[in-house]
Structure formats: structure tokens, C-alpha cells
Design a protein around this ligand. Structure first.
Ligand code: ADP
Length: 557
């Protein structure tokens, strides 16, 4: 039957309309893809239903503004290159790096990129290599700068394809990681120095152990002659001193790096300070047969200084001069005054210091590696301490050396004291003391420390009683009524401060001298001890004469 309805289209007609629609849809999809791909700046639209058949031009302004503002604001260097490698778009960071307009230039003319390498072989990163990959993620490259400097970047790249899947553009992003690289290198160097330091420390601490062990075996053998026994004692004393110095230096350097050093400044004469320092280094100077020449100004030179710390400065520099000079060398100390400043120069004619090491010589853990001189020991922290201590005295230190084998010169400059009268140092502690026998209670959870103090007290004529913790302290103290109690602070259970406060509540113990003994020696630790009721505060390890001096006060009462 024939179709008579004019609205009813034939099958052929419908098929044609459908094909037409399909084609339009494809064109529309292509347009959208092209817009998204950034290939279209504007759209020209013709409306067939409009009787005037007017053309409407639509610019794709919003996309453009967005892209432009991203490129201006982004901190990374971003470029969009065509398939030949010509830069079509670039972020502001690119112009800053290139110092010129990069648009229209070839990528490789703007960016001279290399693969990072440890040797000096430069393997370039070309545009062709980058374009040959679909997607590159966080690839590290080095950008050669205009001068000899180079910058490190992380490179990301992505190929943009056309509708027919042809690579048309390459978007490359470069993120500057130069600062991170620098910090990484600094951390790596610090880590290397720390490892080297730990190895040196282990070595230095192990060194005195063998002679100590041997000397100990010698004195315990009955057949050892008194002469050998005496020499063994001397060896033990020296090795112990060496270990103590290492530990003291370590503690000092840790205090210095945490800004915890407090100076006890007084008006002192330079002569007193130098004399103290020389006394410390004399054994080494004698052992190595050096000649020591000291030339101080004729007039009295006064400094506002901490006696212990400034003596430590000169002793350290003199000790190095003696260590790093072959036997029979010459060490000179010359002091001059000019413009209210004192300049002390310590020169030696020893092994000298290489130019490359000089600028780092005051850094922590730095040791020039002259393997022979390694045998003298040390941790590479002495000069760091020296520099910090000089600066705490408002002074400066400088080093000079003409190179290996040419000797070294350390120049220390310090301001003179405003006031002119130096404190007279009290004479050194007398060698022989007359003692009254005292009852002393020693409380320390370190049994070896408590026992040895007890023996020493016994040897010098006192009556020690030992407690290894504080639980029975009050009970014992009330029963014994000791003349003095040497009380450790860090005890298990109640600490030394609390025990001291408790002891002070008993009138029966009012005359007992309470001495705190602790490894913490800062001003605030001392004040805390005095606040708790202690009469004195001794820093461990203390020397017998220090304790004797305190006990003598009781004997004199
Ligand atoms: P240590 O002596 O413990 O190694 P220091 O910090 O005192 O550490 O010295 C650092 C380095 O400086 C030494 O290892 C040594 O290489 C060098 N040095 C210091 N003083 C002298 C000197 N007078 N002559 C030659 N080298 C020296």
C-alpha cells in the first residue's frame, strides 16, 4: 500500500537525515576536541534558520585568559613547544631564567639541559629525546647557567595530540630544586663528618684502654717492683687524664652548640692566664723537646675574662702547636697592645696547614688528614671550642699558614679590661694538708664512684660510710650525725634536691655540711642546689683537693 501521509517520510529520507546528523555530530565533537586542545582561538557560527544567514564570531576568550594567567603566576618554568621544538608559550619564570623573550626560540637555545653526573662528562638532554616520550615524570636535569654555575631542576613533560592523534605540542615543566640540592649536600657533608667523628671518637676512647689495662695488671702482680709500680701509676694517671680531657671537650662542645656556656668573668692579668695555659701543656712540650718562647708586654695587661675558659683557649692552641710540630721545634707566644686591644700570636715551625683546609679549620670535627700526626689523638673539636670561647670574650681568632711544612700562626685578639686592677689569684692548693678525721656519708648510685671516693677519704684519714641509694639516708644521717654528706643528685627514687630539703628539716643535722655532687655544672644547677639547702656544689668528676678544701672548712670550725 502506498503511503499517502505527507508527514510520513520514506525510509531512504530518514536514513539520509540520520547520516547528515551523524556527520554534524562528528564535526561538533571535532570542534570540542580542538577547543580543548588549544588549537582554536575563535568559533564562527552560521545559523541556517536565520533568514539573513548571519555569521556569528565567538572568541574563546575565557580559556585564553585562564591559560595566560596560569602561565604568569606559576613559579615553575613552563613551556609549550610545537613539534619542531619552537617555544609557543612560556611562563614568566622562563623569561626570568633566560633574561630575554623565549617565544619563537628553539627549546634547546633557551634551555641547555644535561643529565646530572658526578664526573665532568656532560650528556645533553635534547628536545628530540623529550618529544620521543609520551609522558615524563620528575626527571632530574641540570641547567647550565650563563656563568659556571648550574641549577638543578625536576622535569615533567607531556605530549599533546591532535584529533587525528598526531603529536602537535609538548608541554614541559621545570621545577627548580637547586636549594633542596644545596641543603642535601650540606646534610650529606655533615653526616659524613659525623660518621668520621664517631669513628675517631671510638678510636680515641679505645686508645687509653690498653695501657690502662696493662698498668692495672702490673700493679696487681706481687712480683712488680716498686719502681715499675710507680711508673704504672703514672701511666694510669696520664691515660685517665687524656680520657677526661676528651669527655670534657665533648661536653663543652655540646654546651657550646646549644649556647649553654656561661662565663665567670673577672678582671685577670694576661700573665696569669698564659701561666695557667703553659702549665697544662708543659709536659707535652718537654716530652717533644720543643723550645717555648714567651714575650709578653712589660706592663700588666688586664682582661675581663673567665680564667678557666681563657686558659683553655691558650692551652688548646699551644697544645696543637706542640702536637703538630716535629720534636725539637720552636713555639713562640707574642703579645702586643694596640688601640685598646690585645693581640696574642702563637707561632710554631711545625707541619703547617694546607690552604684548602685553612677556611674550615675552626669548623666542628674538621681535622686535616696528615696520617702520621693522627697518632697524637684529638677529635677535631678543640679549635671549634677555642673560636667560640674567644668570641664569648668579644674577641676574634685568625689562622695563617704558608702551607704544608711552613708552620702555623694563630692570632687571638681580645679587648682590654676597662678597669685596671687584676684580681690576685689565690695561691694554688697546698700539696700537704693536715686533716682532722671526719665522719662522711657518701651517697651515690654509681657504686664504683661511691667506693673509690670512700677509699680516697679513708686514705686521707676520714671515716666514710657509703650508701648506694637515698632510701635509708635520713635514717643513717640521724643515727651517724655525719660531719658532711656528699650527696649525688640523680638518684633512683627521691632525687638529691628532695633528700637535701628533707635533711634540712632536722635540727640535729644543722651542723652537717651538705655537698651536692653532680654532672650538671651550669649556674642554674648550682643555684638549684643552694636553694634546696646544700652548702656546696661539686661538679663530677671532681679532684680530691676540691673536696679537701671544703672539708677543711669543717676542721677549722
Ligand atoms: P684535633 O687537634 O683534636 O684534631 P683541633 O680542632 O684542635 O682538633 O684542630 C683541628 C685540626 O687543625 C687538627 O686536626 C690539625 O689538622 C689542624 N691544626 C690545628 N693546629 C695546628 C697547628 N698548630 N699546626 C698544624 N695543624 C694544626
Amino acid at each position: 500500500m502506498k503511503n499517502t501521509n505527507p508527514d510520513m517520510r520514506s525510509y531512504e529520507q530518514l536514513a539520509k537525515e540520520n547520516a547528515d546528523l551523524q556527520q554534524r555530530l562528528e564535526v561538533a565533537e571535532e570542534c570540542i576536541r580542538a577547543i580543548r586542545g588549544g588549537e582554536v582561538d575563535a568559533l564562527v557560527v552560521q545559523d541556517e534558520r536565520d533568514p539573513a544567514n548571519k555569521l556569528t564570531v565567538m572568541r574563546i576568550v575565557a580559556e585564553e585568559i585562564l591559560a595566560q594567567s596560569i602561565l604568569e603566576q606559576v613559579a615553575d618554568a613552563v613551556v609549550v613547544c610545537n613539534s619542531e621544538g619552537i617555544i609557543e608559550r612560556a611562563s614568566k619564570a622562563v623569561s626570568n631564567l633566560y633574561h630575554a623573550v623565549p617565544l619563537g626560540k628553539h627549546f634547546e637555545d633557551v634551555f641547555s639541559l644535561f643529565v646530572p653526573s658526578t664526573n665532568n662528562v656532560r650528556q645533553p638532554v635534547t628536545f628530540a629525546v623529550l618529544a620521543s616520550q609520551e609522558n615524563i615524570r620528575n626527571y632530574e636535569v641540570v641547567l647550565a647557567g650563563t656563568h659556571s654555575e648550574s641549577f638543578h631542576f625536576l622535569l615533567n613533560a607531556r605530549v599533546l595530540r591532535s584529533v587525528d592523534d598526531q603529536p602537535v605540542k609538548l608541554v614541559i615543566t621545570l621545577t627548580d630544586i637547586s636549594e633542596n640540592k644545596k641543603s642535601e649536600a650540606i646534610l650529606r657533608e655533615a653526616d659524613r663528618r659525623k660518621d668520621e667523628f664517631l669513628a675517631t671518637l671510638a678510636h680515641e676512647l679505645r686508645n687509653p684502654i690498653a695501657p690502662l689495662q696493662n698498668a692495672l695488671s702490673l700493679i696487681t702482680l706481687p712480683q712488680t717492683s716498686p719502681a715499675i709500680r710507680e711508673r704504672a701509676h703514672e701511666i694510669m694517671r696520664r691515660q685517665l687524664l687524656q680520657m677526661k680531657r676528651l669527655v670534657d671537650d665533648l661536653l663543652d662542645v655540646s654546651r657550646i652548640t646549644r649556647n649553654r656556656i656561661e662565663l665567670d668573668k673577672n678582671i685577670l692579668s694576661l700573665a696569669q692566664i698564659i701561666e695557667n695555659a703553659v702549665e697544662t701543656v708543659t709536659p707535652l712540650i718537654k716530652e717533644r723537646s720543643h723550645k717555648l718562647l714567651i714575650n709578653l708586654p712589660a706592663e700588666t695587661v688586664n682582661l675581663e675574662a673567665d680564667m678557666v675558659r681563657l686558659s683553655q683557649v691558650f692551652a688548646n692552641v699551644l697544645n696543637n702547636a706542640a702536637k703538630y710540630t716535629s720534636p725539637g721545634g720552636e713555639i713562640r707566644v707574642d703579645a702586643v697592645i694596640a688601640e685598646n686591644m690585645l693581640t696574642v700570636t702563637i707561632r710554631d715551625n711545625g707541619i703547617g696547614i694546607e690552604g684548602a683546609t685553612l677556611p674550615r679549620i675552626f669548623d666542628l670535627f674538621v681535622q686535616a688528614d696528615y696520617s702520621l700526626e693522627r697518632s697524637f689523638g684529638g677529635l677535631g673539636i678543640g679549635l671549634t671550642l677555642v673560636k667560640n670561647l674567644v668570641e664569648l670574650h668579644n674577641g676574634t681568632i685568625e689562622v695563617k699558614s704558608a702551607g704544608l711544612g711552613e708552620g702555623s700562626e694563630f692570632i687571638i685578639r681580645l679587648p682590654l679590661a676597662e678597669s685596671s686592677s687584676a684580681l690576685q689569684e689565690s695561691p694554688k692548693t697546698p700539696q700537704e694538708r693536715t686533716t682532722t678525721s671526719l665522719k662522711i656519708l657518701v651517697v651515690d648510685d654509681n657504686a664504683a664512684s661511691a667506693d673509690t671516693i670512700g677509699w680516697l677519704l679513708e686514705v686521707i684519714g676520714h671515716k666514710p660510710h657509703i650508701l648506694y641509694d637515698g632510701s635509708k639516708l635520713v635514717e643513717w644521717a640521724l643515727e651517724l650525725r655525719p660531719d658532711a654528706i656528699l650527696l649525688d643528685i640523680g638518684l633512683p627514687g627521691k632525687n638529691g634536691y628532695d633528700l637535701c630539703k628533707e635533711l634540712r628539716t632536722y635540727p640535729q643535722l644543722a651542723k652537717t655540711l651538705l655537698i651536692a655532687q653532680t654532672g650538671w655544672g651550669q649556674e642554674k644547677d648550682k643555684s638549684r642546689a643552694l636553694e634546696a639547702g646544700f652548702d656546696h656544689h661539686l661538679i663530677k668528676p671532681f679532684q680530691l683537693p676540691q673536696l679537701q678544701a671544703l672539708l677543711e672548712k669543717i676542721s677549722q670550725i
